[in-house]
Ligand binder design. Sequence first.
Ligand code: FE2
Ligand code: FE2
Ligand code: FE2
Length: 184
Amino acid sequence: MTVKNAMTADFLRSAYGGESMAHMRYLIWGDMADNEGMPNIGRLFRAIAYAEWVHADNHFKVLKDKVGDASVAAGAVFGAGKTVDNLQGAINGELHEVEQMYPVYLNTARFQGEKGAEKSFHYALEAEKIHAKLFEEAQRAAKQGRDMKLETVYVCPICGHTVKDNLPDTCPICGAKKEMYKHF
Ligand code: FE2
Ligand code: FE2
Ligand code: FE2
């Protein structure tokens, strides 16, 4: 799978940049949640950081034949405050991806007949919708000064689908079997 159109290639690079920064930011915020006495929220951040790595990995590999340096303009959220504020940053970032970024990238890939990019953007878009909801749930707990309730978080290594507590038999986004999911 390779990329023929410059605009889709630029969108893949930008999405790779955004996912890479989200991955790192969630690891940082996860440590901060641990230090605030919210280890479940810390674990949620680390699980979703892994999902963002999956997205970055997918975008990067669609670009495998586009070898060389490139400057990347990508959206990023900054701020390292209390966990309740960090979660707002996470929600804002996920909603930006769900409402603005990925629908535009996905429709461009579709319009340009870029099958690999279309799949990679589709996987990310569907997973980010769930991330926004999970961070909202975490923030409701954090606003009351407590940790969220959480047994296990499961992440699909193919598409980044993220689910807590009850693992489905197959991934609802990409069809991967439950045995493949990574546990956090
Ligand atoms: Fe992502
Ligand atoms: Fe996400
Ligand atoms: Fe999946």
